[in-house]
Design a protein around this ligand. Structure first.
Ligand SMILES: CC(C)(COP(=O)(O)OP(=O)(O)OC[C@H]1O[C@@H](n2cnc3c(N)ncnc32)[C@H](O)[C@@H]1OP(=O)(O)O)[C@@H](O)C(=O)NCCC(=O)NCCS
Length: 171
């Protein structure tokens, strides 16, 4: 059974280990971490809490969930359910990452399914997801959740093609 919740001050250690595991795996960035590695920890927690409660003028409210299987932090899930359409089409409404040692076990598929339920509950009728064309694992995660390719562009990050998928939530 997966559990999802906002980060707390007491999560500092498990999040540091989560980031370190990415670095040890040769990955510079940590997906869906909303600047975790570059921000002082308590400020980061405050920022995440603020985003959830009141949001940001440009982004609206958004959720950053720690995703646990039993007591193990397996992934991060960013749900930007109030993004205005222009940003949604550029950044996507949902982002996620799974720690290297837990990939290939179905977690991302499950996490995205949960994010879609949250977006639906928030009143969204569809969401947009973006992923790089050279990221087959993420594309597979999106397609398994009903994603349909709607656009391809290299405008967001020069030299790397992004693909955009739409998932309809009404049913
Ligand atoms: C992308 C990512 C989140 C997938 O997480 P995951 O938990 O391993 O994904 P799942 O186990 O749910 O697998 C989803 C699908 O991807 C496929 N997949 C997994 N790894 C794959 C790989 N290396 N190459 C191709 N397909 C892959 C799986 O087979 C599965 O599809 P299937 O059931 O049809 O076989 C994970 O690899 C990750 O964190 N990568 C780095 C961060 C990132 O890219 N985030 C997304 C940004 S858009």
């Amino acid at each position: 059974m997966m559990k999802y919740r906002l980060p707390e001050i007491g999560d500092k250690d498990i999040l540091q280990k989560y980031v370190k595991e990415h670095h040890d795996n040769g990955e510079a960035g940590v997906s869906a971490s909303v600047g975790l590695a570059a921000t002082e920890y308590s400020e980061w927690v405050e920022k995440i809490r603020r985003n959830a409660a009141g949001g940001d003028e440009q982004w609206g409210r958004s959720l950053l969930y720690l995703c646990f299987d039993e007591d193990r932090l397996v992934g991060l899930l960013s749900i930007r359910y109030e993004l205005p359409e222009d940003l949604s089409l550029k950044l996507g409404d949902i982002g996620y990452g799974v720690r290297p040692s837990e990939r290939g076990k179905g977690y991302a598929t499950e996490m995205l399914r949960y994010a879609l339920a949250v977006c639906k509950e928030k009143g969204r009728q569809e969401v947009i997801l973006g992923c790089y064309k050279d990221n087959p694992a993420s594309a597979a995660t999106i397609k398994k959740n009903g994603g349909v390719l709607i656009n391809e562009s290299n405008g967001y990050n020069e030299g790397r093609i992004s693909q955009y998928y739409r998932i309809m939530l009404d049913s």
